[in-house]
Design a protein around this ligand. Sequence first.
Ligand code: PMT
Length: 402
Amino acid sequence: MTLTNRAVIVIIGGGIAAYKSLDLIRRLKKRGAGVRVILTEAATAFVTPLSVSALSGNRALLRLLDAESEPDSGHIRLAYSSDLIVVAPATADLMARMATGRADDLATAVLLAATCPILIAPAMNPAMWQHPATQRNFWRLMDDGVEAVGPNSGAMAEPEQGVGRMAEPPEIVAAAENLLKSRSALLAGKKVLVTAGPTYEAIDPVRFLGNRSSGKQGYAIARAAAAAGADVTLVSGPTALADPRDVRVDRVESAREMLAAVLAALPVDIAVFCAAVADWRVDVESDHKIKKTGESPPVFTLVENPDILSTVAHLEENRPKIVVGFAAETDYVLKHAREKLLKKGCDFILANDVSPERGIMGGDNNSIHVVTAEGVTDWPLMAKDDVARHLVAYLAEYRVKD
Ligand code: PMT
């Protein structure tokens, strides 16, 4: 069930084999994949956007400069939110444009921005397939990490035989499943610790100091790490979210409980501190509900909570190989994130702007700036699940410094 709930983009190039891609879409959908389809201009001469939309259940995507989706970089969002791209048929022309990094239509722009696995199903006339230029392009794509299924040999549309037939849809689906299986184990064998949600700092048995974190971002990271084959422990503050599947969940309330749970989960290879830990708690928690007296309201003295991220990043023993912090800021986001990177001693920080109008805390989307000692990389606004998948891919590539 590798394809269940996976976001797959099918790119249809302009070749006679395009008619088989309709069957491919049907088969991917049948296996539970969510399918978006991009047609190159030439492909529309072979299959209609209407049949593609009807079969995929989504509007066929045709243009790069689409007024509806491009104001927020729709093609980048599309590329980032996919688990797999299948190019079928991959024509000689489309392969040439991919191999040279062109981005002059929606198909090539999405392919260039994609970080997910890409599977091509070449299809063309045998002479075109054997041409040194096509072979050069094909092998360049293989060097770039693209995978291929076919082409097969057999009867062609023209009255000739040879290698150039597109693989049959069942073969393409099987290759897609194998590719997803092999690439989804990015963190296989790694132990990952994630913190998520707010902490509640009790004032008395019924009142607490807290914050608006929902836990969605941290839970998404735990889910994505588990899906990538990691052994995941999630230390969660109070949230309304269900435990993610295949993740060990330790639910805590206060910052001090969270610290204890985090230390108990060590050693791990990677620790991601996404929780919005309360910086302060009241110095003395009342063991009974504090009553209104009719006199002056109570005055609380706050004391600082332990900094969990900093404690773990500065451990002499059992420090995870990669320690990732978050920075939730409402102003001077990058400046404050850089300061936190230095002060807290983590390897990199994911900074997000949590000003209320951005809707990030508690919302479903996030826009991240990855702050490292070397510089800053901006990720576009995307679903928290996509941020999580991106982080997993980033962690899998991250080189641990000696
Ligand atoms: O939960 P959601 O609604 O999905 O929202 C996600 C989020 C906005 C909470 C998340 O993306 C995020 O930014 N998490 C970090 C929140 C935070 O507390 O940031 P901070 O800048 O105050 O802290 C910096 C880092 O130190 C964080 O990694 C935090 O976990 C850690 N910290 C802070 C204080 C403390 N006492 N101990 C800590 O470990």
